[in-house]
Design a protein around this ligand. Structure first.
Ligand SMILES: [Zn+2]
Length: 86
C-alpha cells in the first residue's frame, strides 16, 4: 500500500497466550473506523515461539491515529481507542 493514501494508522495490541508478552501490530489504512480493522485477520507472532491467527476484535487494545503523508511525522493524538476491558 502506498503510504501517501494512508490517512490513518491503526495499532492493535495483542497479548501472547503463552508468555503474556505484549505484541503490537501497526497498520496503515485509508479508513479511521475501528470496525473494518477489527474484522481483519492478523498473523500474531511472539518471540517465545507462539503464533496464531487472530481477528482484530481479539486485540486487548486498538488505537487509531491521524497519519499525514509518507513521513508520518504528525502522529497527533489517538482519535479513537477501544479496549477489550471496557
Ligand atoms: Zn510469547
Amino acid at each position: 500500500m502506498d503510504m501517501k493514501d494512508s490517512r490513518f494508522v491503526h495499532l492493535l495490541l495483542f497479548s501472547c497466550k503463552q508468555c503474556s508478552r505484549p505484541l503490537a501490530i501497526p497498520m496503515a489504512s485509508e479508513e479511521g473506523n475501528l470496525e473494518r480493522i477489527d474484522g481483519g485477520i492478523f498473523d500474531v507472532k511472539c518471540e517465545c515461539g507462539w503464533s496464531q491467527k487472530m481477528i482484530g476484535l481479539e486485540a486487548s487494545r486498538h488505537w487509531v491515529a491521524s497519519w499525514y503523508g509518507p513521513r508520518g511525522n504528525n502522529f497527533g493524538r489517538a482519535e479513537e481507542c477501544r479496549s477489550a476491558l471496557s
